[in-house]
Ligand binder design. Structure first.
Ligand code: PHE
Length: 348
């Protein structure tokens, strides 16, 4: 029993000295390791008289349990201490100024397209989208351009091959006129705008093989050129500024009759004449006209009851004028330095 007291005393003293996990583990070796004090005491059992073996065993177990209780609780408290220290050291300093996150910005074409859409939606139009791969029928035939019509040449384009040879990349958003009229089963009033990409076999500073148009179509009873003029004048002034003058010139499109081309006063020289307007003071921006009765009839409308006007314009051209972009190809170049310049100041 002396040994027991010795161990208890030494344990009591050792316990006070432990400050680290390493020391605690060393203590475990000292008491419970292969040659540990308690392990060795346990081995003594073979020398104990038979009738005392039970009490001896219980005594050793009690010592072991005492040590293990201490070991477990000390381990827990030391680990907690370590964790707290770590948390303290790694705490985030929320007073530090944050890193600036770089924001993207809307592409100028997206921005101006949305501006167009907002304007027309405010006038009661709905936005109507059509596919970029279109049938010859929708792109030309139902717009009064039968096969072999010479006016097709101006829009010569990209046709698909083999069994799809009757399909092409649309050359004009006017295809949306046909689609909207055919979709509209009641054949009643319509008011749509269709923005989207179109394709032609062109490529220079002011023409790209791919560009964007927006088409408008209004159908109702008693629609006249006056409605067309009023709408387009308002449109040009809202997009290019209230001082803009608008001029209508007679023109020809197979799907409108009469047809007009719309010019705006040059916003660079205010109509005095400069390089942009080639000295004329005017810039052509729109094609338009009263929907040809034959076009109405081909898509199931009663042309005696309904009239309509339609217009189409290149969104890229408006973007070039509005933002002063000299080369259309930069619009599609995806150079971030170009796009960044349109970042709104209010989004910084
Ligand atoms: N689609 C014609 C073009 O691309 C423009 C236009 C649209 C003309 C609607 C009249 C009516 O040139």
């Amino acid at each position: 029993m002396n040994k027991e007291n010795e161990i208890l005393k030494s344990l009591e003293e050792d316990q006070k000295k432990i400050t680290t996990l390493q020391e605690l583990n060393e203590l475990k070796v000292k008491y419970l390791g292969k040659k540990g004090l308690i392990t060795e005491l346990n081995a003594e059992i073979k020398n104990v008289a038979v009738e005392e073996k039970k009490a001896f065993g219980q005594m050793v177990n009690a010592l072991k349990e005492k040590f293990l209780n201490f070991y477990e609780s000390k381990k827990e408290s030391l680990e907690e201490e370590i964790l707290n220290k770590k948390l303290e050291q790694e705490a985030i300093d929320i007073s530090l100024p944050s890193k600036k996150v770089k924001r993207g910005s809307l592409h100028p074409m997206t921005r101006i397209t949305e501006e167009f859409e907002d304007l027309f939606v405010s006038m009661g139009y709905t936005v109507y989208e059509g596919p970029e791969i279109e049938s010859d029928e929708n792109c030309f035939q139902k717009l009064n351009l039968p096969k072999g019509h010479p006016a097709r040449d101006a829009q010569d384009t990209f046709y698909l091959k083999d069994e799809y040879e009757n399909y092409l990349l649309r050359t004009q958003t006017s295809t949306a006129q046909v689609r909207a009229m055919e979709d509209h089963t009641e054949k009643g009033p319509l008011r749509i705008v269709c923005p989207g990409k179109v394709y032609r076999r062109d490529e220079d500073a002011t023409h790209s093989h791919q560009f964007m148009q927006i088409e408008g179509l209004v159908i109702d009873e008693n629609i006249s050129m006056a409605d067309l003029k009023g709408t387009l004048e308002l449109f040009c002034k809202k997009i290019l500024g209230e001082k803009t003058k608008v001029r209508f010139r007679p023109s020809f499109f197979p799907f409108t009759e009469p047809s007009v081309e719309v010019d705006v006063s040059c916003f660079k020289c205010q109509g005095k004449g400069c390089a942009l307007c080639k000295g004329t003071g005017w810039i052509e921006v729109l094609g338009a006209g009263m929907v040809h009765p034959h076009v109405l009839e081909m898509s199931g409308y009663d042309s005696k009851k309904y009239q309509g006007f339609a217009f189409g314009t290149g969104i890229d051209r408006f973007a070039m004028f509005k933002y002063g972009i000299p080369d259309i190809r930069t619009i599609y170049g995806n150079d971030i330095r170009f796009i960044e310049q349109f970042d709104r100041k209010d989004s910084e």
